[in-house]
Design a protein around this ligand. Structure first.
Ligand code: 5GP
Length: 163
């Protein structure tokens, strides 16, 4: 079992500010932040605040079903975003990590032909990603434990069914 890359909530707070700073320093001012659910939603919301962008969209893509186990191809899930809603916008697409990069590639293809400009931001980029992200906070080839998905979902402690 290879060692994991562990992102704590505290380090996340620092990392997402540094990522936002890189976007600001580049001079890119997006009209829309588009977060890829679910992993990209927390970074997308944080970045939208940090760069002061009030238009926050989401798109749902499913690929991974567990640690290193995935579907053949990433698939978009409903409710579907209308690509026309992005017409002529400068869009910052945000995800937690570009691993194979295929999720970001799917979203990039979806946006193509509609947006004025599209850039991609991730906390982590892995070396074999098919997409070279415009902004990446860190690079690793290890499996990453994100603070929002490391612990199992909470379950009811009451032990009785609600009426
Ligand atoms: P990709 O399409 O780039 O292979 O991966 C897309 C999604 O898979 C990511 O947004 C993330 O939700 C999940 N994923 C890929 N690699 C990792 C990883 O190292 N750790 C975790 N927790 N999720 C990952």
């Amino acid at each position: 079992q290879p060692e994991r890359e562990v992102l704590t909530w505290e380090l996340y707070g620092q990392g997402v500010r540094e990522l936002a700073q890189a976007v600001a320093d580049s001079g890119f001012v997006p009209d829309v932040v588009l977060g890829i659910a679910r992993g990209g939603l927390i970074p997308a919301g944080s970045l939208a605040y940090a760069i002061d962008c009030k238009n926050l969209f989401t798109i749902s893509v499913e690929f991974y079903t567990g640690v290193d186990s995935r579907l053949d191809v990433p698939v978009m899930l409903p409710p579907f975003l209308n690509a026309q809603d992005l017409d002529s916008a400068a869009v910052l697409v945000v995800d937690d990590v570009a691993d194979t990069g295929k999720t970001l590639e799917l979203v990039a293809d979806f946006c193509a032909g509609h947006v004025r400009e599209m850039r991609t931001a991730v906390l982590y980029e892995k070396p074999h990603s098919v997409i070279a992200c415009d902004y990446a906070w860190r690079r690793t080839s290890r499996w990453i434990n994100f603070p929002w998905s490391t612990e199992p979902p909470v379950t009811s402690r009451s032990g009785v069914l609600d009426a």
